[in-house]
Design a protein around this ligand. Structure first.
Ligand SMILES: [Fe+2]
Length: 265
């Protein structure tokens, strides 16, 4: 059986997104437009990572499909709840799986491969990838999660620079309060080499710290190489009050060493 092309799947994704055109056009935050652009970039980075580990054939298409559909639950989530905060609305990974099945987005893929893609979409936003016998699903999830994180880091590190010039969009920062405080428990987690919990993030500074924590959940050397080249960590440090809270510098040093050691094959 010949495999469908990623172009066909892209067509299905963009046709689906057009059903939300009213919201796309009227939303003053541009939230769904932002997610469509995010999806395009995540797909491109996932392709780069997949090539770096020499994936081809059905595994390459599986990695592409996981990246393409990873956030398809965002449209319905935003339509119904006007937020991307899962804790205040719905788990958008699980919702994405429901949409993929209802819309038959993966029609044409062999069943086993389709289930691995669905696994990757369902876990792309979970704290950790759960144990599973689906080795391909785990691989697709790791690639999607890395590409997703790299795009978040790319976007937000740039946004924090613009934010200093007054360009504030509360959607991007999940409406977190901009107070001169940082969470001690979050700092402890990051110093212990853990990602830190989103539920510990109470302020915008904490939200930025959770982005530093993402570095502990990056999988592939190609991904570490990208983030080091783009200096995401330095941009995050610059956006945080590290003079006032010296622990931030300590966390930065630890995370930077981790990234450098993992960027080498
Ligand atoms: Fe997502």
């Amino acid at each position: 059986m010949s495999l469908p092309s990623i172009e066909l799947f892209k067509q299905r994704f963009f046709d689906y997104s057009k059903r939300y055109q009213d919201i796309i056009d009227s939303d003053k935050f541009g939230a769904l437009t932002h997610k469509i652009r995010h999806t395009e970039r995540v797909l491109a980075v996932a392709e780069h990572i997949a090539q770096s580990i020499k994936l081809d054939g059905d595994l390459y298409l599986g990695a592409q499909s996981s990246a393409l559909f990873h956030d398809c639950g965002r449209f319905e989530q935003y339509k119904q709840f006007k937020t991307f905060a899962d804790r205040q609305s719905v788990d958008h990974g699980d919702l994405g799986v429901k949409i993929i099945r209802e819309e038959n987005f993966l029609a044409g893929l062999p069943d086993k491969l389709a289930e691995s893609v669905i696994f990757a979409v369902s876990v792309h936003n979970k704290r950790m990838i759960p144990e599973s016998d689906d080795k391909d699903g785990i691989l697709f999830a790791q690639i999607t999660r890395d590409a997703d994180k790299l795009d978040i880091l790319d976007f937000l590190s740039d946004y924090y620079v613009k934010r200093k010039a007054g360009l504030i969009n509360p959607v991007y920062e999940l409406f977190m309060e901009d107070k001169p405080e940082i969470s001690e428990s979050l700092c402890r987690s990051l110093l212990a080499g853990e990602c830190g919990k989103y539920s510990d993030a109470k302020t915008l500074n904490d939200f930025k710290l959770t982005q530093i924590g993402l570095f502990y959940d990056i999988n592939f050397p190609a991904s570490f190489k990208i983030t080091l080249e783009k200096k995401h960590l330095d941009m995050l440090l610059d956006s945080l009050p590290h003079e006032q809270f010296p622990v931030i510098k300590e966390i930065y040093g630890k995370v930077l060493n981790h990234a450098k050691s993992r960027a080498i094959l």
